[in-house]
Design a protein around this ligand. Sequence first.
Ligand code: COA
Length: 373
Amino acid sequence: MQQPAITGTGVFTPSQVITNDELVVAFNAYVDRYNAENAGEIAAGRVEAKAHSSAEFIHAASGIEQRYVLDKSGILDPAVMHPWLRERSDEEPSQMAEMAIDACTQAFEMAGKTGADVDAVICAASNHERAYPAIAIEIQNLLEIQGFAFDMNVACSSATFGIQVAADMIRSGSINSALVVNPEICSAHLEWRDRDCHFIFGDVCTALLIERAQDAKGPHFLIKSTRCATQFSNNIRNNNGFLRRTRHGQMDDRRDMQFMQNGRKVFKEVLPLVSQHIAAHLEAEAISPDTLKRLWLHQANKTMNDYIGKKTLGRPPAAHEQPNILQDYANTSSAGSIIAFAKYSNDLKSGDTGLICSFGAGYSVGSVIVERS
Ligand code: COA
């Protein structure tokens, strides 16, 4: 059996930033407009007035301070409240492929490899720009990669599930290397007019080059073990899909066509699921939690991460043991734990062990035990 290793990482970060203060100013202007436009209905008790958001609440409830987005002009326009993302023609690279090329190129540079060294591309993300051809095949084509490519979606756990798939193919010998790439355009599936969640997401793309350890040219991380689990839940849901047009005969503005969540229930149900999953994975691999040098956790909510870190290590983790990127990037779905890994892993020493873990809609949870080499 071959030993898979992460040899390169890349993070594409959009150039535009929205701070909590900017976001709240725009949201509150939208609320004032809405309440003024619906003043009669609100006074008659037929429509509920919308409430203002607050930057203090956002930071206290989530730990988020800002988010990167592909377009802030539309999101911050109270008359628009969504990003303006130009629809690409069939002759142009898709938006997701464009982000992916940037992240994959960084991963190649780090590993000292090119598209000629890659056998497969997995585009693992929580939303895909189109049904087919697969975004992954477009990325494969743009990077001049032979072999095969496919898209997969396990929501916030897409990246870790993608790592397991790539690692399994390398272990079995069916391929020698794979790119796992996670272009997450979360701004396009977030309802920016919903006070309960308008602050949650940002855009990003991460990439990992996974190869046989024997092919690594520089320092790398051995993938020692992977474990995936799912358990059905409606508490995080997006009903958008190909039946959208036919169900109602026309495009509509239904709230459930964007990200929906019952945040409190997610909080309560996902925490035990994830802590138990990590504990069982470590136990099965005979790894004592106190030997873990780093946790790269899914980045959705700081309180959640602090809880999982404490449950895993049996004590509150020091900041360097469980790096957060949430304050800068917000929740970037499947890419969050990979951003943390890409930015905070180079200092580990040979033999150090760490754990990447993602969790989210499905519910889904994926953990990857890695060792610096
Ligand atoms: N500004 C000001 N107040 C707000 C607000 C906003 N933007 N949004 C909600 N509030 C208010 C609510 O109205 C509520 O007021 P009330 O107590 O008077 O009813 C109060 O703040 C608490 O709201 P609640 O939604 O219960 O907050 P919370 O502490 O549960 O935090 C989340 C909300 C979403 C940050 C939190 O539940 C969470 O992170 N859950 C998990 C999310 C997650 O991981 N999802 C996975 C996605 S991939």
